[in-house]
Ligand binder design. Structure first.
Ligand code: C2E
Ligand code: CA
Ligand code: CA
Ligand code: CA
Length: 278
């Protein structure tokens, strides 16, 4: 269960040798894919450790390419970011995830959060707050069930971050810092930004059992989150040992292949039904 990509994804050639022409081709393909609605969202469950219940999902984009098959985000998000196409793509992701979450609620599943990844390009856009507001109205999703995942680097400009995050919080949505521990966060600002949740980066979780530094870092982040009154989720949990360690540190939530891989909407629904029937 180590490498999700190997079997499911076709090799996507253009990025292996990103010459100018190939980059341009890829840019044009992404633009066309947006128009032809070739992108799909997969959803990975987030589990509350104390109860084992699914308390939310993270929306992860894939490109259903007509000939190449399912292309993972690592192959096109960087180019989408460089070219600014991440803005319309990100908006599509946000709308689709909100709509799907609202559909699940209307189908009678227990309401849960959906987490959506935000790129820095989107974060620094003037109209981000308006876009989020409009999509919430459009999809009728209760704002408390939307979480945006940002990274530490987006909070580097403290004044802007305070302003944008403040406005987003006013909408009633949640904010999570993704890949936590890989950047430079001033702990003081975590409180100031009124962050709801930290997501411990999977690079620390991976070697938790063999690298005592990583184990210390994870334990420290969890303890710090407890002290600040912030939720903490660990991602990339692949085995029981990692889970037991996280449990011993009272980590609130986990996400990873040990529980579930990211799944298409119709497949993850089966889990919701089973969970509530048990
Ligand atoms: P991320 O936000 O850190 O997402 C977590 C990644 O870890 C996902 O890869 C997920 O499939 C993978 N993962 C989950 N559990 C495990 C596990 O137990 N072990 C291992 N080894 N991996 C696990 P994915 O879906 O390929 O996404 C890669 C990255 O692409 C994401 O990293 C995120 O930075 C970006 N991304 C994906 N969807 C979006 C999107 O809609 N917008 C933006 N801006 N970025 C996105
Ligand atoms: Ca994420
Ligand atoms: Ca992450
Ligand atoms: Ca990441």
């Amino acid at each position: 269960a180590k490498d999700e990509g190997k079997n499911n994804y076709a090799i996507f050639k253009p990025t292996q040798n990103s010459g100018g022409l190939e980059r341009l081709t890829l840019e044009n393909s992404i633009r066309k894919a947006l128009q032809q609605e070739e992108f799909v969202l997969y959803y990975q469950p987030q589990i509350k450790l104390q109860t084992g219940e699914i308390i939310g999902t993270e929306a992860l984009v894939r490109w259903k390419h007509p000939t190449l098959g399912l292309v993972p985000p690592g192959k096109f998000i960087p180019i989408a970011e460089e070219t600014g196409l991440i803005v319309p793509l990100g908006e599509w992701v946000l709308r689709t995830a909100c709509r799907q979450n609202q559909i699940w609620k209307e189908k009678g599943f227990a309401p849960m959060k959906v987490s959506v990844n935000l790129s820095s390009r989107q974060f620094s856009k003037q109209n981000l707050v308006d876009t989020v507001k409009r999509i919430l109205l459009e999809t009728e999703l209760d704002p408390q069930y939307l979480e945006l995942e940002i990274t530490e680097s987006m909070t580097m400009n403290v004044e802007i971050a305070i302003e944008v995050l403040g406005k987003l919080k006013e909408l009633g949505i949640q904010i999570c810092i993704d890949d936590f521990g890989t950047g430079y966060s001033n702990l003081y600002y975590l409180k100031l930004f009124s962050i709801d949740r930290l997501k411990i980066d999977q690079s620390f979780v991976r070697d938790i059992m063999t690298d005592t530094n990583d184990a210390d870092i994870v334990a420290t982040i969890i303890a710090m989150a407890h002290k600040l009154g912030i939720d903490v989720i660990a991602e990339g949990v692949e085995n029981k040992d990692q889970l037991d360690f996280l449990r011993s540190q009272n980590c609130h939530e986990v996400q990873g292949f040990y529980y579930h891989r990211p799944l298409p909407a119709n497949e993850i629904e089966q889990l919701f039904t089973r969970t509530s029937a048990m």
